[in-house]
Design a protein around this ligand. Sequence first.
Ligand code: FAD
Ligand code: 2HG
Ligand code: ZN
Length: 476
Amino acid sequence: RPSPAAAPDRLPFSRITQEDLAFFRKILPGRAVTDPDLLESSNVDWLKSVKGSSELLLRPQTTEEVSQILKYCNSRNLAVNPQGGNTGLVGGSVPVYDEIILSTALMNNIFTFDSISGILTCQAGCVLENLSLYLDDRDYIMPLDLGAKGSCHIGGNVATNAGGLRLLRYGSLRGTVLGLEVVLADGRVLDCLATLRKDNTGYDLKQLFIGSEGTLGVITSVSILCPRKPKSVNVVFLGCETFEQLLKTFQLSRGMLGEILSAFEFLDSECMRLLNTHLKLRNPISDCPFYIVIETSGSDSTHDGEKLHHFLEEAMTSSLVTDGTVATEDSKIKALWSMRERVTEALTHEGFTYKYDISLPVERIYQLVTDMREHLGGQAKSVVGYGHVGDGNLHLNVTSAAKDPALLAAIEPFVYEWTASCNGSISAEHGLGLKKRNYIYYSKPSQAVALMGDIKAMLDPKGILNPYKTLPDDLK
Ligand code: FAD
Ligand code: 2HG
Ligand code: ZN
């Protein structure tokens, strides 16, 4: 029996002809790539877990070019795979078969930045870290930050509704994205690139494209509300004996740090072991079963320092945490953050990783890791838990030396049934892509999925945009 994550048969899309190539070469001189060596890295995902066989990579620079491409592909029934930085973790960013790859890599212009409102407007292919550097010079920051910042594009972030390390403080992209320009499957340009905080004139169409994973349209421009750069930032790295103590520390931090709390993240001792072994990162404190990264961001270093000091004193004297270290200067802040941000990278050195990105009531998140360990016995190489405690989002990763169908059969559907029994979500922030599409029913009622199918059929009647992704096979 094929796994529900396996690709379905190729749908009857057209195959690229010499006339098609001539058209693309004419509208994108030097930017219609067919060299197999150059195509190689765009055909395989960041995890090296899925691989397509596209023979054409298009690199448009403007919305008008994207519009011409889609209008043509729609009329010719050619399938298209929108691609940003190709850091997605659910197999959504690469073709399954021979879909044309439409990359936003050359759409990297910043249009405007309003230093009074903090609203940035740019093309979808801007790399997140470049936007952060641009804003840093202007005393602002991006409202999102994630480990893949050096490669991921803002368009890809919006298309996946990426969460990341700052969501606790600045909320999701559904709140900070103020406007989008999107090219629809038939080439029509939908200009919803508003730069207003408030706009209740009818349906908020941009929300449809946030988190739609390239299945409803190609995002070409984004306007986004950016926060002021905090004057004072502190990061603490703490160790706890139990997850219960970690949760109590979270509760305490919310009460005592209040408005300056900007991140509350965790990793377990298995993650620490992998960071040590594979990346040679040294534990900055003594060995503990659980580690916490807390960040505070505020406007007054004396005030923030005092608050943090009182909080740490309370956490230590009440024995919630057993050890810790504080960073105020940039290099140490970066070093402490890398203990959390680089877990994903450390895992890639294990061999093969089965990834689960689960939303749960926060008090349940580690129980899933414990239950999974017990359930798998000695079958896995490692079972690790880390993630965004502040958002109730667990990253459960199970590794093995190589792909292991027996291990997979032991993990799934166990993990999804467990999640559904707590009314959790089987994809908190990474999306469904190719790998998770058929598990959607664990988190969404069938009426909702059917309505998604109706929306897809209305916006992309020929289904050319990112086929085989996000929507379950039984809709097609
Ligand atoms: P891609 O990977 O290229 O594409 C992702 C999806 O979006 C695909 O379905 C693609 O078709 C679609 N897409 C891309 N661009 C467009 C566009 N312009 N228009 C329409 N559709 C488009 N995710 C989190 O939520 N939080 C994290 O903390 C986080 N950390 C990560 C850390 C690492 C080390 C890695 C490798 C990944 C991480 N991710 C995280 C996952 C990933 O979702 C994000 O990295 C990012 O949002 C993907 O952006 P991208 O430009 O790489 O998109
Ligand atoms: C993170 O929070 C990312 O580090 C990646 O979302 C999680 O690799 C993962 O499972
Ligand atoms: Zn995450």
